[in-house]
Design a protein around this ligand. Structure first.
Ligand SMILES: [Zn+2]
Length: 140
């Protein structure tokens, strides 16, 4: 692993999501796949729409198979949206406030809470794929 130089926060050299090989603009293979474990880092409307970047068509196909093997569950996506909003607040939110901030209906929130309460711990695709949403806690 070599540290990347990144002065702007944007424009980090792209790497293959599978083998982490650096990718040039001329040889990039990319697509988006539905993944209920994916939360977009900046735009909640893109949650569940995981971008995949690969160095070759073969690696892109492997990534699509890997992510596609996970079932898409709306409740998982909604639970992720709720967790993100709740993590941003130090105090509890009303159901109304949670609905406003997540963009979910109160019924969706109830379904997500029920899903989260009975979901077995499973490895989200985000833990096996590098990406914008897989940033770890910052070390001081
Ligand atoms: Zn690759």
């Amino acid at each position: 692993m070599t540290p990347e130089t990144n002065n702007s926060g944007i424009g980090t050299a792209a790497r293959c999501d599978l083998c982490e090989a650096p990718i040039t603009d001329e040889h990039v293979f990319c697509t988006h796949v539905r993944d209920s474990s994916y939360l977009h880092p900046h735009d909640r409307h893109l949650d569940g729409d995981r971008p995949l970047t690969a160095c070759s068509a073969e690696h892109l196909n492997e990534l699509i198979k890997k992510v596609g093997a996970r079932p898409f569950a709306n409740e998982e996506l909604w639970a992720g949206k709720m967790a993100r909003v709740l993590a941003a607040h130090s105090q509890s939110l009303s159901l109304y406030a949670l609905a406003m901030e997540t963009g979910l209906t109160q019924d969706q929130i109830a379904q997500a809470a029920f899903w989260a309460g009975r979901a077995e711990p499973s490895q989200p695709a985000s833990e096996s794929l590098p990406g914008p949403a897989s940033t770890g806690p910052e070390q001081v």
